[in-house]
Design a protein around this ligand. Structure first.
Ligand code: HEM
Ligand SMILES: *[C@@H]1O[C@H](CO)[C@@H](O)[C@H](O)[C@H]1NC(C)=O
Ligand SMILES: *[C@@H]1O[C@H](CO)[C@@H](O)[C@H](O)[C@H]1NC(C)=O
Length: 349
């Protein structure tokens, strides 16, 4: 458009400039409203923190209150709710698809490899939804509840706080294959992980910062055992894993066979505190998952960030909040798309 205006202006260079500008402004106003009639009529087509300010001003408060209680009962719940949001956003966008149970038309994502036997917090989301529905029926989406719960979990565990853009709606379906293939696995290569993030508009900085979530929560032995006994198939442990740590802690907790579901903290120094110890552990070759340690060992650009965040907690917190907002904005359903589920586990009739 700018180029067109310049041509018009230069052709009319002999005339009064004010008249030309006036005509142009009118032209632009009429042109743009006619060019995008749907956008123009739609009340909102992006997420904003104030979305529920009039329809449910107490929404965020209710979410925080229920999350606070849940984390007081079980401190790991902060980690579980944070992870649930990630596993939602990487499958069809942040649309609460992960919450749907199987039904006639839906195969639940809860049975995917990344979720089966490890995704938790569904009952807490139900509890939040129940409390919010009581106050504002059919108004606040399950997808927004999960996003708020992830933010509150982070801040309650001692991490940063940020304003959450809102207005997501809930999906009409789920994707088991999406859950299996889009969510990175703990033994994926760094390149694969970066590619999986890139598919959602996230870059390597987001990969490193968001992996910092592993400063809280637990992992089952099955997700890292390969590193302890037979990393490359030659019968030897991962040589980027501190041998003393592996011998005195990890192999004791995770025998060569059996104990698949035994739990070990992702950050053994401060397992329930959201801080930058995760990055310090990586520098000491005490990352738990292969996907953690490779951030330090496999590429110069991610190693630099690991060092930066290990040295500067503030920088980690700032980038984490930024990257969480970015992740929360993955393909939301907006406007008339999707629905506001009454029960997060199933579609409205
Ligand atoms: C970079 C790729 C990632 C991989 C490969 C990965 C993998 C894993 C694995 C294997 C576990 C342990 C599951 C188990 O076996 O029990 C885990 C736990 C966890 N993940 Fe990730 N993750 C990644 C990124 C993220 C992101 C982006 C977030 C959040 C923004 C996140 C948050 C968490 C949390 C909080 C836990 C602990 C959950 C709990 O204790 O209930 N992870 N992750
Ligand atoms: C990664 O882990 C899965 C599940 O345990 C296993 O089937 C697969 O062979 C592993 N891949 C590599 C490259 O080690
Ligand atoms: C290690 O894994 C390889 C390939 O999966 C297998 O052939 C080998 O028997 C394993 N070695 C040990 C000591 O478990």
């Amino acid at each position: 458009m700018d180029a067109v205006h310049e041509i018009i202006i230069s052709k009319m260079s002999g005339h009064n400039v004010n008249v030309v500008v006036g005509v142009l402004v009118l032209f632009i106003i009429t042109f743009s409203t006619h060019a995008h009639p749907t956008n123009y009529r739609r009340s909102i087509d992006y997420l904003i923190p104030q979305f529920y300010d009039h329809s449910c001003p107490q929404a965020a408060k209710i979410v925080r209150a229920v999350v606070t209680e849940a984390v007081a009962r079980d401190e790991r719940m902060a980690a579980s709710l944070l992870r649930l949001h990630f596993h939602d956003c990487f499958v069809k966008g942040c649309d609460a698809s992960v919450l749907l149970d199987s039904s006639k038309t839906i195969i639940t994502e809860k049975i995917s490899n990344p979720n089966r036997n490890s995704a938790r917090g569904f009952d807490v989301i139900d509890e939040i939804k129940y409390a919010v529905e009581k106050e504002c029926p059919e108004t606040v989406s399950c997808a927004d509840i999960m996003t708020l719960a992830a933010r509150d979990s982070t801040s309650l565990a001692g991490g940063p706080y940020w304003e959450v853009p809102l207005g997501r709606r809930d999906s009409m379906g789920a994707s088991l294959s999406g859950s299996n293939y889009n969510i990175p696995a703990p033994n994926n290569t760094l390149q694969t992980i970066i590619t999986k993030f890139k598919l959602h508009g996230l870059n390597y900085v987001d990969v490193v910062a968001l992996s910092g979530s592993h400063t809280i929560g637990m992992s089952r032995c099955t997700s890292f055992r390969q590193r302890l006994y037979n990393q490359t198939g030659n019968g030897k442990p991962d040589n980027t894993l501190d041998e003393h740590y592996a011998k005195e802690w990890l192999r004791k907790r995770c025998p060569k066979s059996g104990g698949d579901q035994n739990l070990f903290p992702l950050d053994f120094v401060t397992p329930a505190k959201f801080d930058n110890h995760y990055f310090k552990n990586l520098m000491a070759y005490k990352g738990l998952l292969s996907s953690d340690e490779i951030l330090f060992t496999n590429s110069e650009k991610t190693r630099k960030l690991v060092k930066l965040y290990a040295e500067d907690n503030e920088k980690f917190f700032k980038q984490f909040a930024k990257s969480m907002i970015k992740m929360g904005n993955i393909s939301p359903l907006i406007g008339k798309h999707g629905q506001i589920r009454k029960n997060c586990r199933k579609l409205n009739r």
